[in-house]
Design a protein around this ligand. Structure first.
Ligand SMILES: [Zn+2]
Length: 471
């Protein structure tokens, strides 16, 4: 029921829904980037009224709330990257009245990007972690900035005041985060941006976080494609970024990221984007390589891995950190994230088993997922040989990764605390104590983590000593 309602308003969802690569093309007589005209919106023909000013105030309040609640990610490399790509996509279009373009990464695993009418463009960590290169990001920013240039939020606001909003805002907010009695608090991170906006924003602001009318979305697609092409980005990257959504994970049972797939207008928009790309490509176009992109957005990817680990999405965490680690094999931080992910996987296999993939298996496991706590789930998995062997493999993999970090970076403290957690999990309390002690020697201080490890040390020392007291 809820999924059905959700699909109705997601008709309008932002630029994320294309698919298919553009076909290979011959570029002999195609327009060059310089000759493409990028629409700049209604211009001075748009005059602010009281209701527009009220909406502007609201948008500013949403910005302030995101900032206050720590939703905005302040990573210098990521910020510089967003600013650079954003500026390039805006190019020399005249900035409309009451607009200051600001590009921000927002801590939210829900795959989304949205624009507020004051020019604040938000890209979620979920989307940043999914994209593969700069051109794909340029497509997203091109689409979102176009909503601002075209004054879409204001126009939508004026229009729905005449009609009555046909979507159920409470339903949107509720759907943003999955409900389930056994989900950890971490899951509440999903949809954080829309939930917070719903606290203070009017219905229209919340609704536009998901998208606009079909016509407006089409216009933003069209303007966005023109803007990215004029900025010399490969416009077929936009289609590719939406193809990525179609490949959304089959690793987890959580019904969070699936709702983009059955978008009814997907085929039209895909066709349009593909068509555009095939007729607007000439000269030298930039795509940007995946390694540079991942380096620039690594803060977002690491945030996502942390969110995965606190939301029972260990398989996704393994997949993401394995990708990072393979791309940057010398970076100890990524190797430790991978080790942490394997450790958290416990008795779960890295990818779904054949049995889990069957229709019956899928439904059974999904039910269990919501019925059991993580500990209960692990215990159940350990009852069968497959789970036991997965546990052995995953723990061995985690140990090997921690040790390889220690070998190449002997002073990397987090490798020792991680190894300590692993040994503690395996019941090797003496070895865990040694690792915790090493960590504490390296990280002298009074940080939260320091105190946490001190407590863990005391616990394992007690457990290690316990058998000695039994006769
Ligand atoms: Zn949009």
């Amino acid at each position: 029921m809820r999924a059905r309602a959700l699909s109705v308003f997601l008709l309008a969802f932002c630029p994320l829904l294309f698919s298919q690569q553009a076909p290979p093309i011959s570029t002999a007589s195609l327009p060059s980037a310089a000759s493409i005209e990028v629409p700049t919106g209604p211009g001075p023909g748009f005059a602010f009224t009281k209701i527009d000013n009220d909406l502007l105030d609201e948008a500013n309040a949403v910005d302030a709330l995101y900032e206050k609640k720590g939703l905005v990610m302040h990573d210098p490399a990521l910020q510089a990257f967003l600013d650079t790509v954003g500026k390039r996509v805006i190019a020399n279009r005249p900035i409309p009245e009451n607009v200051t373009f600001r590009f921000r990464a927002v801590r939210d695993p829900m795959v989304n990007a949205f624009a507020l009418p004051n020019g604040s463009i938000y890209v979620t960590t979920g989307l940043l972690a999914l994209l593969e290169n700069e051109a794909e990001l340029a497509g997203v920013l091109g689409h979102e900035t176009s909503h601002v240039f075209e004054r879409h939020t204001y126009l939508e606001n004026r229009s729905v005041r005449k009609k009555a909003l046909t979507i159920n805002i409470l339903e949107i907010a509720a759907s943003a985060a999955p409900m389930g009695s056994n989900l950890s608090a971490g899951v509440q991170l999903f949809g954080a941006s829309v939930q917070l906006a719903a606290m203070i924003g009017s219905d229209i602001i919340v609704a536009t976080i998901y998208g606009y009318s079909r016509e407006m979305e089409h216009q933003a697609d069209s303007d966005g494609l023109a803007a990215m092409t004029a900025a010399s980005y490969d416009s077929s990257a936009m289609a590719r970024s939406f193809e990525l959504l179609d490949h959304d994970s089959t690793l987890e049972y959580e019904p969070i990221e699936g709702f983009y797939r059955d978008h009814p207008k997907l085929s039209d928009r895909r066709e349009f984007a593909t068509q555009f790309a095939s007729t607007h490509k000439a000269g030298t176009f930039v795509t940007g390589d995946t390694k540079t992109y991942m380096d620039n957005v690594s803060a977002a990817i690491c945030y996502e891995i942390g969110a995965d680990l606190s939301s029972r999405r260990e398989r996704t965490a393994v997949e993401r950190s394995a990708r990072l680690s393979a791309m940057f094999p010398d970076n100890p931080k990524y190797k430790i994230l991978l080790a942490d992910s394997y450790r958290s996987l416990g008795s779960k296999t890295k990818t779904p088993t054949d049995e889990e993939r069957t229709r019956h298996g899928q439904s059974e496991h999904r039910k269990e997922y919501f019925r059991m706590t993580p500990d209960e789930e692990q215990k159940k998995l350990q009852e069968n040989p497959e789970g036991q062997s997965a546990l052995r493999d995953n723990e061995a993999m985690a140990e090997q990764l921690y040790k390889s970090v220690i070998q190449s970076n002997p002073n990397y403290a987090a490798a020792h605390s991680g190894l300590g957690f692993l040994f503690e999990q395996e019941g090797k309390y003496n070895e865990a104590a040694i690792e915790y002690q090493t960590y504490l020697q390296m990280e002298s201080g009074t940080s939260m983590d320091h105190l946490r490890i001190q407590r863990r040390l005391a616990t394992v020392q007690k457990l290690a000593g316990a058998p000695l007291h039994t006769p």
